[in-house]
Design a protein around this ligand. Sequence first.
Ligand code: SF4
Length: 712
Amino acid sequence: MVAPKPISLKALNYQRPETHRGYTDHFLDIDLSVPTIAIGTIDTKIKQTFIGGKGFDLWLLWQAVSGQTRWNDPQNAICIASGPMGGTPSFPGSGKSIVTAISPLTGSVIDSNVGGYFGPYLKFSGFDALRITGKSAGDTVIFIDGVAGKIEILSMTGLPSDAYALSDMLSQHFAADKKTGVSVVSSGPGAANTRIGCLNFSWYDNGRGRVRYKQAGRGGIGTVFADKGLKAVVARWEQVSLKTNRPADLEAVRAVAKRYAREIVELDPKQNEMARIGTTHLVPIMNDFDLLPTNNFQYGSHPAAALIGREAFEKLFDPGFDGCWKGCTVACAHGVRDFVPFTGAYKGCKVFVDGPEYETIAGCGSNLGIFDPFTILEMNFYCDTYGLDTISVGTAIAFAMECFERGLINRDHTGGMDLSFGNRLNALELVHQMAAGTGFGTIVGQGVRRMKAIFAERFGADPAMLKDIGMESKGLEFSEYMTKESLAQQGGYGLALKGPQHDEAWLIFLDMVHNFMPTFEQKAEALHWFPMVRTWFGLCGLCKLPWNDIVPEDNKATPEPAKVMKHVGWYADYYTAVTGNNATPEDLITMSETVYNYQRIFSLKMGYGTREHDTLPYRAVGPVTVEEYESRQERYDRQLTETHQVDIAGKDTPWKVAALRSRREARYETLKDAVYKRRGWTDRGIPTVATVKRLGIDFPDVLAVLAENGVT
Ligand code: SF4
């Protein structure tokens, strides 16, 4: 198919700012309403404070919005940035972008981390960050041509609506004769018709001769993108080598990259085999440790889990190199060639499915009671091409299924559909309905928080039960880990700034599999350090997976094996070599603390970001129902008698459910107190003035937000 002829709405020829020590010191500012294209500068103070990536995004977004801005106001901005190390080939995981906006799900700041080539190409085209505000009237494409030094806002009516066809068409159209030189950001019809839209970031897979993509999934950023009338943002850049980022010390970058890449090549085959099976290795581990969400997070394992784990997907993945950035030796971004969907517009056609990753398998598989890898592949394919977040889709459908099975909703509400767990065809039908904006899919596509309100207000369902089993916090759907038995991961989800997404504090593995933090104090300390180190990757344009998914052979013998400090030291070396600013591992934590606290205060500015928003549905903390309790009766009885010194003799299960609940809820509140104190926050969860002064973010507008909330 040939792309429709573009009509130029606005164009700017520019002198490309050169990259120097990982930065271009410029950002691109586009307002679609007028439309205008402007180039802004980033000074040294801003660089030192916000570092890059998510830090730059938040700084730009804060200036664009007020506390009254809603997600669909023209003032809401989509900000995309790489980071100072973004775009380095051969250092594993150096091609990430971070996207931020005000979320249609949470009403507050959301951030999402994504692979593909866009962030690096944006930077090499001259921009450390991109901010898009305003709205366009028709189907609009922004083309950033770093090779020609030209930026255009184009009207392109008649483009395909789905991301699978669109990314391919636009890559062909804008690439001239070098398709590897183009990256397309796009969404899809699902994003326009729901609040759970994702963005697809593409790259051209030379080995397979096709366009691939990764998703910025969380928080409905794709929905904001579609609301702005955007069809795509395209960046074009051609030459990438270690020198393109113009690091301060090229030889030092070369040395640390070589060391790291070699270690991964040597150890990955002995550890998780991610270059062969991606993150599917997590399925059997989570199942074995009773952590694999099953039937809306009721249970943590299932006898059929092997059908959708590594054993299934190692046979289905297309062999070949699968790095989502040049030279990433982890190479975990696998896909399935020649998959033939059995529903929807692509029924009977051969397609390439990018994925699935663990979260999609658990969310669209076990959590729906579906143990068929082909259904999971089809859900994955359609969610991506429709621009829907697989995690929110999975968690929202799981909630609807449990409500259906418990009689909280019925066929009158679902349009006649049987939504029992395991009903794979109706789960797929809901995905198609979400994309089309029809039927019960329009309700599910609003996300769990709004489904709860609709089920209670319109369908008369019990609000207390909905509150307990609706797996959302702050308005965001849970990602796919069971937290009932892990206090650390309860904090990891409940205290995460944007909502329950594992990328901020993925402690479940360290807590439940390795038992690295057995005491309460260790958990609270972990909930300070781990979110900070994880935030740092998002400031720098880096992927977190190489840090602790493949660990040095002697890691276990180190004083703090959970932190993988040898790698943290290498990252400090890498940062120093690129930017020329000497950094220690402790400095990386301070960099993150600065941005982390700024983001917390940003949530406060938007009317959130206090203790009452750091809450969890009880399903995340303990067993809600008698069946859940009885599925782990021995464990729970022992906790009541031994840990809590409760006499349970002669008591029935509902009594024991209530007794455990009061103790677990109290324990979670105590954890909050400890973490707030460790982070330098008040007992309401607000950073103190001393904390913001220590971190150098005591800007007048930041202090004003604190003062409005009684912190002076
Ligand atoms: S580790 Fe996987 S997700 Fe991360 S950059 Fe490499 S290929 Fe992409």
